[in-house]
Design a protein around this ligand. Structure first.
Ligand SMILES: [Zn+2]
Length: 62
């Protein structure tokens, strides 16, 4: 059996502008896989679509 390359990705949360938050926005509960782009209602450890392990961190902006 061939070992499939393990993919690593992370969930992208959409930022929604809102005046009701001090920050001026909030993050949608909906999240998108950074690898295949599928949308999920909850963050899962492994993407149900592409099987990527969601242990990466989005690039932090400073
Ligand atoms: Zn995916």
């Amino acid at each position: 059996m061939e070992k499939t390359k393990t993919k690593h990705a992370y969930w992208i949360h959409i930022r929604i502008p809102s005046d009701q938050f001090i920050s001026g926005y909030y993050y949608s509960r909906q999240c998108t896989c950074s690898n295949c782009g599928c949308e999920c209602n909850v963050e899962k450890e492994i993407c149900p679509e592409c099987g990527a392990i969601m242990d990466q961190k989005p690039e932090a902006k400073k």
